[in-house]
Ligand binder design. Structure first.
Ligand code: NAP
Length: 243
């Protein structure tokens, strides 16, 4: 049986690693048949990842979409349903951060961060959840962050958006439990990805790698139907790297 997996932010970093981990896991487990719908704003990124997944034997399609745009969300979900008939798993991974001190952050920083992390995540989930609710089956992941419950000085807007995502996760879980839909909050600490820009380079040795997050996400998805992994918390072994 196919598992239709819709993954946002699949072109780089953690999302890319999750896509490749699904494909690698399917290769070693013939009874697991994921179909990956990969989304980001940069079509070349997701086409390349789709090709890598296909080379490993997993069907993958790339759909360019900006989750901050409700028309794009509509097109993303409608195209997925037209092509594959359902969504078994939604991975809300796409997210952005603007990291500056509190007084330096602008209205544009605020609107940009909230439009992706809060508005995009909310409305995409709102579009997909009823599909799962009506089938009484499905799994929704939110890649939030340690910053969803721990504050860092350079992350005031980012933390607001991630605390907000955690609020959505906890509200949605109340709905999910009523209709057999699993809700998983993934809270990583620092991971070496393009999100950090050049700043990541100096911390690389004390960060996790994207594949460290991807493995536990796929493990959580592959649990028996009776079991829901509700939270995954992962930190670099030396703890958080900034304050
Ligand atoms: N890296 C960390 O230390 C860390 C730690 C904890 C949690 N996280 C969270 O993990 C998630 C992934 O982070 P990452 O570090 O892998 O980031 P990343 O390397 O910057 O990758 C983010 C991905 O999301 C896509 N994206 C961004 N905005 C989008 C939008 N509006 N619509 C569709 N796709 C969009 C990006 O592609 P385009 O720009 O081409 O659209 C890219 O493919 C984020 O939610 C982040 O907050 C990261």
């Amino acid at each position: 049986m196919q598992n239709i997996i819709l993954l946002t932010g699949a072109g780089k970093g953690i999302g890319k690693a999750i896509a490749l981990e699904f494909a690698a896991r399917a290769r070693s487990n013939p009874s697991f048949n994921p179909v990956l719908v990969l989304c980001s704003r940069t079509i070349t990124d997701i086409e390349n990842i789709a090709n890598e997944c296909e080379a490993l034997g997993t069907k993958a399609v790339a759909i360019e979409a900006d989750i901050a745009n409700l028309d794009d969300i509509d097109r993303l979900v409608t195209n997925t349903l037209e092509k594959f008939g359902t969504v078994d798993c939604l991975i809300n991974n796409a997210g952005v951060g603007r990291f500056k001190s509190f007084t330096e952050l602008s209205e544009e920083d605020f609107d940009y961060t909230m439009s992706v992390n809060m508005k995009g995540t909310f409305f995409l989930t709102q579009k997909v959840f009823p599909v799962m609710e009506s089938r009484r089956s499905g799994h929704i992941f939110f890649i939030t962050s340690i910053a969803a419950e721990t504050a860092f000085k350079s992350s005031s807007i980012y933390s607001m958006s991630k605390f907000g995502q955690k609020g959505l996760v906890e509200a949605l879980r109340l709905y999910g439990r009523e209709c057999n839909v699993k809700i998983t909050n993934v809270m990583p600490g620092a991971v070496y990805t393009p999100m950090w820009g050049n700043a990541g380079e100096e911390f690389r040795n004390v960060m996790m790698m994207p594949e460290d997050i991807a493995g536990p996400v796929v493990n959580a998805y592959l649990q028996p139907p009776r079991t829901s992994v509700e939270e995954i918390v992962m930190r670099p072994v030396g703890g958080d790297i900034n304050s």
